[in-house]
Write a protein that binds this ligand. Sequence first.
Ligand SMILES: Cc1cc2nc3c(=O)[nH]c(=O)nc-3n(C[C@H](O)[C@H](O)[C@H](O)COP(=O)(O)OP(=O)(O)OC[C@H]3O[C@@H](n4cnc5c(N)ncnc54)[C@H](O)[C@@H]3O)c2cc1C
Length: 133
Amino acid sequence: MTESTLQLPGHPEVFVIGDMAYVEDGNGHPLPMLSTVALQQADSVAENIRRILASEVLRPFHYKDPGLLATVGRNAAVARIWGLSFSGFIAWLIWVFLHIYRLIGFRNRIVVLINWAWDYFFYDTQVRLITKE
Ligand SMILES: Cc1cc2nc3c(=O)[nH]c(=O)nc-3n(C[C@H](O)[C@H](O)[C@H](O)COP(=O)(O)OP(=O)(O)OC[C@H]3O[C@@H](n4cnc5c(N)ncnc54)[C@H](O)[C@@H]3O)c2cc1C
């Protein structure tokens, strides 16, 4: 559990973000272990470290829900974007292309796209947590 600034209680010199952090939303529900949460927390902590160096007051972290994207298997995903919900193959396609788009650098995008295409066509998946019965 962290303070609202993502500092460890009793250890203001330590920040906790991402999957390691237990942070509740405004309704008392824990924020999910998702990359969107981790990325926004990273931005918030970077800004607060800058504020510490400038002797400014720290800002609490507030999560802005950009929607939801998660794969749950081959050709299977769930997505909630701009208030619209998708599931199955369409959601999976959105997941694939949005994740590649969000990668930094053209080379990274091409490498990941080739890797994922290889895994997809040759069933070379390293780990599958959810399988058919
Ligand atoms: C199978 C799976 C599917 C997922 N799908 C989605 C999805 O579709 N959408 C979504 O938003 N989120 C998804 N997530 C969740 C998302 O991956 C995590 O929420 C996000 O990666 C958390 O970021 P993080 O920086 O906290 O941790 P990580 O991304 O796990 O980064 C932690 C890093 O620390 C390194 N590390 C660990 N121990 C040490 C050490 N002692 N010294 C140095 N380095 C160390 C690790 O190697 C790792 O690189 C998925 C997660 C899993 C496991």
